[in-house]
Design a protein around this ligand. Sequence first.
Ligand SMILES: *Cc1c(COP(=O)(O)O)cnc(C)c1O
Length: 391
Amino acid sequence: MFSPENALCSELSSLFAQGLTRKLRALDTPCLPLVRAGEEELLSFASNDYLGLAAHPTLARALADGALAWGSGSGASHLISGHLKPHALLEEALANFLGFPRCLTFSSGYLANLAVTPTLAAGRDDAIFADRLNHASLIDAARLSRARQQRYPHGDLKALQRLLSASKAKTKVIVTDAVFSMDGDIAPLAGLWELAEQFDAWLVVDDAHGFGVLGERGAGSLSYCGLPPHPGIILMGTLGKAAGVGGAFVAASETVIEYLLNKARSFIFTTAQPPALAVAALASLHLISESDARRAHLRNLIRQLRAALSALPWPLLPSATAIQPVLVGDNQTALSLSEVLRKRGVWVPAIRPPTVPQGMARLRVSLSAAHNEEDVTRLAKALHEAGREMA
Ligand SMILES: *Cc1c(COP(=O)(O)O)cnc(C)c1O
């Protein structure tokens, strides 16, 4: 065999031995609570479709109408000729909805994150202060910058304050997930903003899991934490999770947006997302703002699940959001638990390093407003049975 390929094979075997290989699975059904993969029918707690909009007929129709009106592709990057009316309308609607002066849209949250931090903190004299549990895309964003990255213990404002006060950096950027993607807890945004103001730092908030779900009319984590928009705050949100479509946005001051669109490489050097997606995202924004009933239903399911799982052999992490992780610890145990559930027709993915720290493997239960109480009851029953089976 071609010997560089040999090296890949042996690394894959070693990943397999550690319970760390990942598998792709193609579903034969849309993103709904009940999915089918070949012969298997599974009750899924595996998506980020928190409001149950990913397969909503209104959005599917908006996407189809958008494609008929605007074609399938944008044809170019935003700054060349790919910025079409639907993109502009979406940006304006998002800015209005969030109360920020201006928005910029991206094809994905990953690209949006790559645009913000390394553009604000580009030089060797700058510093990035990042929560240790930040999403991989924020970590990669910091890697694209020449700035020094300092990671503070999860949610630890005291530690962050010490780092900030010792820092001589020219530009300081504090970066955090708003809702931590694998833990479900919410960052102390008000405290982070106090520190940002005290030390003249930017605050970059990644609200991938809060936008649409938390806060007034689904405006997200800033609203949930009572933090109004401010020129020093840059908000990133994704449109492929609660919004059920795809893409992302950055909301900020006029100056910051103007700066990003002139300087951010992951905005400049990529094709604008298909305009039909912007049409669908705009329709989703309307649905989101009218979805108080969906959010209330989701909160009820969260309460129901936490009550039903309090006596499980493994602890639930202290989360108040739709992300409800069951902390298992060991990689193989997490995988086996996920397998046992799957045999009972319930799908909850096992999350292992490097997505989470060593020894912190977990099942990540993700609830959606598309679930009903019977679904949650079935999940709880399956988890309790699996607990007894594996004891
Ligand atoms: C999913 C996610 C992203 C990436 O967003 P995509 O639109 O999926 O690329 C960024 N940050 C966090 C916290 C996420 O969970």
